[in-house]
Design a protein around this ligand. Sequence first.
Ligand code: PMP
Length: 413
Amino acid sequence: MESPTLAKPKESALRAAFPVLSRKVHGKPLVYLDNAATTLKPAAVLDAMDHYYRHGTANIHRGIHTLAEEATAAYEGARDRVAAFVRASSRGEILFTRGTTESINLVAQAWGRGALKPGDEILLTGMEHHANLVPWQLLRDATGAVLREIPVTEAGELDLGALPGLLGERTKLVAFPWVSNALGTVNPAAELVRLVRQHCGGKILVDGAQAVSHFPVDVGALDIDFLAFSGHKLYGPTGIGVLWGRESLLEAMPPWQGGGDMIKTVTFESASWNELPHKFEAGTPAIAEAIGLGAAVAFVEETGWETIRERENELRRYAEPLLGAVPGLRLLGAAGERAPVFSFNLPGVHPSDIGALLDTEGIAIRTGTHCTMPLHARFGLSASARASFAFYNTRHEADLLLQGLDKVLRLTR
Ligand code: PMP
């Protein structure tokens, strides 16, 4: 908890931490509203990665020379930081992967292939990112399991009333996004977990890609089995992500990739596995990126959840009615609890034209399906435009977005 006597950090100081925010696009100051795709990186992250390459490049776990020991300490130190960040019960529960996508594929392959039989059920939601859908389709095809879906209401929320009827003894896994990358909906994770535990013995995987940058996470308190997230949506670099898994499950799972570092002993005929977490980290990992992620976690902790949450809530409360007042604008979803993520359509304007015209004003948004084709189909859409805010955005930038949309409407009328 932060001391209430601490002065609020100045907006300009918060923004100064992000070098990219000082650049111009088409002669206009950059207005970066594509944070759900990837967040900007603070100088502290860039410096940590630069330091590793400039002063201490070495491979980890293998060498006894100074540089190798320093690199190993930095890489494993990043793991400790991440473990504390999500309140893991041990550092062995933190597996470094390439990102959320790889974390989910790891569970689907290493856990799913052994755990599922024909007719077993995997329960997902109608608001999945393709990363939390396609790996389960592949697993279904390999095992004969069946995919089922929690429907999404018109308000963009999960239909929890349907949940008990979808759960049963065949349910082996329930996976859901904590925060929808398209709707911004914050799903009631604790309530979902309670209902799942009440009705079945299935495992629970949470796609935390859009959650971990918005609020603190405690995997033990939430009583889940797996949490997947990406470094690059948490102010860290691309190419690094995390799978947190309950230790007993990770212990029981076979490795999913073979190679150096994940073994204890090898003969020509066979091999035995290294202990956690190394059993799941074959080959040279993304060392600089893990160090960068450790720096990103430290940056978030130094900035403080109170600051992040207060600013993001304020931006959401400010921007939502402004967008709602744009003539004809259709906002996807209207969940009571949402992150500052807004997908929308304008009448008679293709989303990619919205994105291209806003870009000429220096405003970066995302257009397309945001890797949620089934969700867009649910709302009868083939695409949308999405503006997503982070704590370093400002009310002024929300005003600029509105002015930009005004211009889009004038130019396309
Ligand atoms: N799930 C959600 C909810 C996401 O928003 C994303 C990224 N857009 C992913 C999964 C996949 O993350 P990554 O591409 O970093 O693996």
